[in-house]
Design a protein around this ligand. Structure first.
Ligand SMILES: C[S@@+](CC[C@H](N)C(=O)[O-])C[C@H]1O[C@@H](n2cnc3c(N)ncnc32)[C@H](O)[C@@H]1O
Length: 286
């Protein structure tokens, strides 16, 4: 690419390059290019439409091309930038865990509605990753006590950094699901566990190629962790406490079946913004 380029020229050429790149499987080349260039220049996207003729410095072009090459190799935008918007804030992300998805906000909304009926809610987030769900709940309901765990040490450290940056007080620790949990009086346990069938061909496509398998796959056709959590959560919930978890859009039936099998009541499934089954919840009475 030539050294002297205007914003408009660079964007146009980069979109063509990205569209032709073998490993790029996105459908948003224009947006991806604009996000990366905006990041390098420290501007918002509308800036490009105000100043299309502005000539870019060699330094800026070089920095941008490093990022563009990563995107051409398929690396997710969030991993390239190091952050992802979720709920009302930006979260630092890393390849130790999942990039938070907009669909997971359904789990946050479900959790908020459940804890609003409780005086001093005590909440546990299992498989917290970046901390997304726990931090959104703590951010919205300052009176809540929120704990969060993850199996992966680097994800725990990442969630702790996000907790600190947001000035929140979520108690975060490493744990294999409930292994390190000391108390058994939670009003709400939330989880977005791994739930993809290890044989699912989507694992070889798009962003999933770059995310760790510890965050994605679960044995027994994707249900092993959901089942384990549904079983063990009963010991850690207060009587009448709720378990709410995210699952795949085709897993609603089986998720309800699992909760019923372990004696949960008031079982229902909430849909995501695309109208697909996404979160199933139930209350457990001792
Ligand atoms: C689908 S990701 C969800 C991350 C985050 N809660 C979110 O919604 O963006 C699943 C998370 O569960 C964690 N995990 C997997 N197995 C686990 C286990 N046995 N105990 C605790 N966490 C586990 C993974 O490291 C990963 O961070």
């Amino acid at each position: 690419m030539a050294n002297k380029l205007t914003i408009e020229q660079l964007i146009k050429r980069s979109i063509q390059q990205l569209d032709l790149a073998h490993s790029y499987s996105g459908e948003t080349a224009k947006l991806d290019v604009e996000i990366l260039l905006a990041h390098v220049l420290g501007v918002n996207i509308p800036y490009f439409y105000t100043w299309p003729e502005k000539e870019l410095s060699t330094d800026d072009i070089e920095q941008f091309l490093v990022l563009l090459n990563q995107r051409m190799e398929g690396k997710p935008i969030a991993y390239i930038l190091g952050y992802q918007a979720f709920w009302a804030f930006d979260l630092e992300v890393s390849d130790s865990t999942l990039i938070p998805r907009a669909d997971t906000e359904i789990l946050v909304e479900t959790g908020l509605a459940l804890i609003d009926a409780i005086e001093a809610p005590k909440v546990l987030d299992l498989g917290t990753g970046t901390g997304a769900v726990a931090l959104a709940l703590a951010y919205e309901r300052k009176k809540s006590y929120v704990e969060a765990v993850d199996l992966v040490e680097d994800a725990v450290a990442l969630a702790k950094r996000n907790n600190e940056k947001l000035g929140l007080n979520v108690q975060i620790q490493q744990s294999n699901w409930f292994a390190s949990i000391q108390t058994n009086d939670f009003n709400l346990i939330v989880a977005n566990p791994p739930y993809i069938d290890p044989q699912d061909h989507h694992l070889d496509q798009g962003d999933l190629r770059f995310e760790p398998r510890t965050a994605l796959i679960s044995d027994k056709n994707g249900y092993a962790d959901i089942e384990l959590i549904a079983d063990q959560a009963r010991q850690y919930l207060k009587s009448g406490g709720w378990l709410a978890f995210e699952h795949g859009f085709e897993q609603g039936n089986q998720a309800r079946h699992i909760l019923a099998k372990y004696g949960y009541q008031s079982i229902e499934t909430r849909k995501d913004y695309g109208g697909n089954d996404r979160v199933t919840l139930g209350a457990y009475f001792k």
